[in-house]
Design a binder for this molecule. Structure first.
Ligand SMILES: NC(=O)c1ccc[n+]([C@@H]2O[C@H](COP(=O)([O-])OP(=O)(O)OC[C@H]3O[C@@H](n4cnc5c(N)ncnc54)[C@H](OP(=O)(O)O)[C@@H]3O)[C@@H](O)[C@H]2O)c1
Length: 335
């Protein structure tokens, strides 16, 4: 079978290699990958910024969807022909995360899905929602689950509450779709008016161009009668966190998810305590959360927003497209 390996860091250095097709052992499942999707993390991993000490060679990418080709001895939940998706953290099944359960992470420190076949422990797979194509399913394991976890797991966002979504990348567009389906009011920011128009078509109630309105937090306050929003899906990192703390209401929840503008410490403790803000770190999610999200995806007939599908052998071009930040929603690869 063919696989991409990180042998040296850099998009142009990704190596397409021949590997032996793996066979499933007891409790394991052989999957033929049909689709994968990119996350910003994959871009950082391939470039070496995520972990310069990464063990190599490594097959990148966490998020894949495919079909079961063979179930090993003792496998009970899957059979040949089942459509499945990979779990980002194959050892985090349920309950709160622990250092052990978030240790193995696909495409991080164990081989990921940018390959034609992969063997997974059966715990590391879930069934694909019936309403989704393989490309759509491949968008869920990281971006979809992260947005879901932020709004509906540790806390339960309520209809009528307001959520602020930053930018129009994978996590934020899922946040918009889930929040809209659950009856929340949504405020979306973006660097592009065209993207904001698309966000409106997906249900965004209010939109702000953060390039034209650098003080977007003040605009958010105006849109919420000076109160601030109930929830922030914080993907921006260093540059956006201080503004998120201005845009949040008293006792609101900021879900700290991303580092798009960097990881420099910019949080003011006084703003957090004065507003009694709940700051929750979100690290993708467990298998149990993934299954709950998939029920919601099926029930609400949510269709993941795919910007572009590349042939999987054009993974480098797909990563360059992600780098350009021209995308809206998810970038996929088709096998
Ligand atoms: N904690 C976790 O478990 C977890 C899980 C998934 C992702 N993440 C992190 O979350 C972040 C987003 O991931 P993703 O895969 O959704 O990324 P993505 O699809 O690459 O999102 C890129 C988009 O984000 C927007 N953006 C960039 N810089 C921004 C800024 N300073 N302020 C507001 N928006 C900005 C831009 O949207 P516009 O073009 O519309 O401006 C850009 O197109 C990344 O840092 C990623 O590492 C964390």
């Amino acid at each position: 079978m063919k696989a991409f390996e990180i042998q040296e860091f850099g998009i142009d250095k990704l190596a397409l290699v021949d590997r032996e097709t793996p066979r499933p052992g007891p409790g394991e499942v052989l999957v033929r990958l049909k689709a994968a999707s990119l996350n910003y993390r994959d871009y950082l991993v391939v470039g070496g910024a995520y972990n310069p000490n990464l063990k190599r060679p490594l097959v990148p990418l966490s998020d894949g969807a495919g079909v079961v080709e063979e179930a090993g001895p003792g496998v009970t939940h899957f059979k040949k022909g089942d459509r499945v998706m990979s779990c980002f953290f194959p050892a985090w099944l349920d309950g709160p995360p622990t250092p052990e359960t978030v240790k193995p992470a696909l495409g991080g420190n164990v081989d990921g899905v940018l390959r034609e076949h992969a063997v997974f422990r059966e715990d590391g797979l879930v069934h694909t929602p019936k309403n989704l194509s393989d490309e759509e399913a491949a968008t869920l394991p990281c971006a979809g689950l992260t947005a879901w976890h932020a709004l509906f797991e540790n806390i339960l966002a309520q209809p009528g509450e307001t959520v602020l979504l930053q930018g129009t990348g994978g996590v934020s567009i899922f946040g918009l779709q889930f929040a809209h389906a659950a009856g929340l009011r949504t405020i979306v920011t973006s660097s592009s008016d065209q993207k904001l128009e698309r966000a409106r078509k997906l249900g965004a109630d209010e939109v702000i161009n953060y390039k034209k309105t650098p003080e977007w937090d003040e605009e958010v306050r105006k849109l919420t009668a000076g109160q601030g929003v109930d929830h922030v899906i914080e993907v921006g990192g260093s540059d956006t966190i201080p503004r998120s703390l201005n845009a949040i209401r008293m006792q609101g929840t900021i879900s700290v998810i991303g580092i798009l503008s960097g990881v420099e410490p910019t949080i003011s403790p006084s703003r957090i305590l004065q507003k009694s803000v709940r700051v929750q770190g979100i690290y993708v999610g467990s298998q149990a959360m993934f299954k709950r999200m998939n029920h919601a995806v099926e029930f609400h007939k949510i269709k993941p927003v795919i910007d572009q599908v590349f042939p999987w052998t054009e993974a480098k071009e797909a990563l360059r497209h992600m780098e350009s930040q021209r995308h809206f929603g998810k970038i996929c690869l088709k096998f």
